[in-house]
Ligand binder design. Structure first.
Ligand SMILES: NC(=O)c1ccc[n+]([C@@H]2O[C@H](COP(=O)([O-])OP(=O)(O)OC[C@H]3O[C@@H](n4cnc5c(N)ncnc54)[C@H](O)[C@@H]3O)[C@@H](O)[C@H]2O)c1
Length: 299
């Protein structure tokens, strides 16, 4: 069975592509970025094409994919606020372009990486189910939600099956470096100072990249036409994350506080009960243990 993985050269996409290959799927990556060295060596098929390009149709004609796992995106919340048009081009029109060809060439399923950024904010003690109110705080979250609506309409009008995932904060090796854990790890390595935006009491639900890859694999055969949160049913404050890293590195470096960044939610804790009952998915990696592993692998 052939699977197109858009964004397969990126952080999450490279793990998805790897797991699919290990499981015996025929993988084709579409990404404007070059695929990682290990995948080059394994000779994964790769098209360096923009998802907005009409050339995408040629890939569908040539490869005849059974499944599309769509991860390619403009992923930076701040960038979406600086350049909402560019964000919408990639995240809305790019998705629409892929949906259009997925439908035209009768793909069996479209699996989409959405985000907890579509939800309205919560109190620290609450958790977010899939029924939680939608109210994105950034153009990034808005574009993800608009794509979700496009996907649902393709299903209603043309019967294109889908699974939509809403991820918490994904972490792990090979991250592109823009997420808080990668930034902290770099800052600890340099040893000068740690930067926290806001008071540090904002909370996040950190989910490990290999758990996310496994959910994408499971969605090939299960979870048709479902919207599923992928998180850990737990959260940690940014200050506590910093304290944990201090204990792993056994290093105490000064914290510099900067003003809150626009577009960022205050709290995030995803209830992933639905993914458990529908996909039989539960996260296997625990934050502190995974952090220790990442730090020791990097040293
Ligand atoms: N990392 C997270 O915490 C997180 C959380 C929620 C949702 N997501 C979603 O998961 C997906 C993957 O995110 P990631 O963290 O791996 O990011 P990433 O930046 O590492 O990967 C995205 C990939 O998409 C490619 N890409 C971007 N624009 C493209 C275009 N126009 N045409 C072709 N390729 C293009 C990039 O080159 C990159 O390799 C994204 O859709 C993102 O919105 C990520």
């Amino acid at each position: 069975m052939k699977v197109i993985v858009t964004g397969g050269a990126g952080f999450i996409g490279s793990f998805v592509a790897e797991l699919l290959m290990q499981t015996g799927y025929d993988v084709v990556i579409i990404d404007t970025r070059k695929i990682i060295k290990e995948h080059e060596e394994k000779k994964i098929k790769y098209y360096p094409i923009n998802i907005l390009s009409p050339e995408i149709e040629d890939v569908f004609i040539k490869e005849k994919p059974d499944i599309v796992i769509h991860l390619a995106a403009q992923v930076d919340v701040n960038e979406s606020i600086k350049s909402p048009v560019k964000d919408a081009e990639t995240n809305i029109m790019g998705t629409l372009n892929l949906l259009n060809y997925s439908n035209k060439y009768k793909v069996k399923k479209f699996i989409f990486s959405s985000s907890s950024a579509v939800y309205s904010d919560i109190e620290k003690t609450e958790e977010i189910t899939e029924e939680h109110s939608i109210n994105p705080s950034s153009f990034y979250g808005l574009a993800k939600y608009i794509s979700e609506l496009h996907i649902r309409m393709f299903n209603e009008m043309f019967g294109l099956p889908f699974t939509i995932f809403r991820y918490g904060n994904v972490f792990g090796p090979r991250s592109s470096g823009g997420d808080v854990i990668s930034i902290f790890l770099n800052q600890f390595k340099l040893g000068n100072e740690i930067t926290i935006y806001g008071d540090g009491e904002q909370t996040r639900d950190f989910v490990y990249v290999k758990d996310i890859a496994r959910a994408n694999l499971l969605a090939i055969t299960k979870g048709d036409n479902e919207i599923l949160n992928l998180g850990t049913n737990s959260s940690i404050s940014i200050s506590s994350l910093c304290t944990n890293l201090k204990s792993i590195y056994q290093k105490d470096i000064p914290i510099i506080y900067k003003p809150n960044r626009q577009g960022e939610i205050r709290n995030s804790k995803l209830n992933a009960q639905k993914a458990k009952s529908i996909l039989n998915w539960t996260p296997e990696y625990e934050l502190q243990a995974a952090l220790k592993e990442i730090v020791s692998d990097a040293n």
